[in-house]
Design a protein around this ligand. Structure first.
Ligand SMILES: *Cc1c(COP(=O)(O)O)cnc(C)c1O
Length: 374
């Protein structure tokens, strides 16, 4: 099975981890700081705070921006549930707005969703394709809101020459194995605001600050969201290879961009010329005549060894959300969910394997070509 995404761990990574395992300090040491500096440099931010998951980082981001009980944040339903869940952790309510045909939040719908309780806008760079951050920041500024960019898919993506990580008040990343690079589990928050970074850092470690000698003072309610030095050593080693990973995924994506539109029933999503996507995912969209066959197409792909996946069921369709955050279905998000399939695109694939994916897709789509009516 060719998975839709996966990690690439090489001998240098293994050596880095073994070396870290043999050192005296396994967590809370200097490698954490080195990894944070490397991340901040890479994405053009002043501060980076690493944690043990992208979800922990989102939780810390909401907390550090002072979002809490009774507040609202505006986000997209086409995301992993964690984006909205972390708002619930702090007692805030996620308000979902519709997406565009590329799966990103439709920035034209933000203003209508703003209420006196709105505190932040939380766009997600879907599949690695950066959102319209300039427009989103302008709206945030006009209304005195903060922007948390969920860049879990987008480490290494750029808008023009500006890296994701330098475009919002706070940007969050995930280092889960399917994401652009990995620390097994892990994530980072980046910001230019020293106070936000400091709050996030405290939040990561029980809300405690060191006074002197043994005297730690807990000034805030925090968690244990620390990332170990061993994982940071892996992250540093992975980060050296990230540019190569992204290049590889973009080479595969370029082939797909060329060939997918030629397959009857399939559409590709165009990334604007000026932008660079990490290509965390390669989403294709099924023509609406095929939506009723999606389950069968999905199964056929899996039978042919294509580890396709669907990103995402709109968050408000989850049972928990139906009960606690009832939301009217959003038209484009619903369509997107019916149309989307993520096909294999990752740094372990060669171009021959990408060609093989296309070949299988052509055969499978032909079988369903007659569609089943709209
Ligand atoms: C993966 C992901 C997260 C959560 O990251 P974890 O490291 O798995 O906790 C959050 N948001 C999005 C959009 C993601 O894809």
């Amino acid at each position: 099975m060719t998975p839709y995404s996966r990690q690439l761990i090489d001998d240098a990574d293994i050596e880095a981890v073994v070396k870290a395992l043999k050192s005296d300090i396994l967590t809370g040491g200097k490698t954490v700081e080195s990894f944070e500096s490397a991340i901040a440099r890479y994405v053009g931010a002043q501060h980076a705070v690493v944690m043990n998951s992208g979800t922990a980082v989102l939780h810390a981001a909401y907390h550090a921006l002072g979002i809490g009980e009774g507040d609202e944040i505006i986000t997209t339903p086409i995301t992993f549930a964690a984006t909205a869940n972390a708002a619930l952790y702090v007692g805030a309510k996620p308000v979902f707005i519709d997406v565009r045909y590329d799966g990103n939040m439709d920035e034209r719908l933000i203003e209508a969703a703003i209420t006196p309780r709105t505190k932040a806008i939380v766009p997600v760079d879907y599949a690695g394709n950066p959102c319209a951050m300039e427009a989103i920041n302008a709206i945030a500024k006009k209304h005195g809101l903060k922007v948390i960019e969920d860049g879990a898919h987008a480490f290494g993506s750029r808008v023009g020459s500006k890296p994701v990580g330098s475009l919002a008040d706070v940007t969050t990343f995930s280092f889960h194995p399917v994401k652009p690079f990995t620390t097994l589990e892990g994530g980072a928050l980046v910001t230019d605001d020293p106070e936000v970074a400091e709050k996030a850092r405290r939040f990561r470690s029980h809300g405690m600050v060191r006074k002197q000698l043994w005297n730690m003072d807990m000034v805030d309610l925090g968690y244990n969201y620390r990332l170990s030095d061993v994982q940071c050593a892996l992250g540093l080693s992975q980060l050296e290879k990230l540019a190569g990973f992204i290049e590889k995924r973009n080479a595969i994506a370029a082939l797909y961009d060329e060939e997918i539109p030629k397959i009857p029933g399939l559409y590709a999503i165009k990334i604007p010329e000026a932008n660079r996507s990490s290509r965390h995912l390669y989403p294709v969209l099924l023509d609406r005549t095929l939506w009723c066959s999606k389950e069968d197409i999905f199964k056929a792909c899996q039978e042919e060894g294509l580890g396709v996946q669907v990103h995402y069921k709109p968050v408000y369709q989850h049972s928990y959300y139906k009960e606690h955050v009832p939301t009217q279905p959003l038209e484009t998000a619903e369509d997107f969910y019916r149309a989307e399939l993520s096909i294999p695109c990752h740094q372990m694939m060669g171009m021959e394997e990408a060609e093989a994916v296309l070949k299988k897709l052509r055969v499978i789509l032909k079988r369903f070509a007659r569609g089943c009516g709209v």
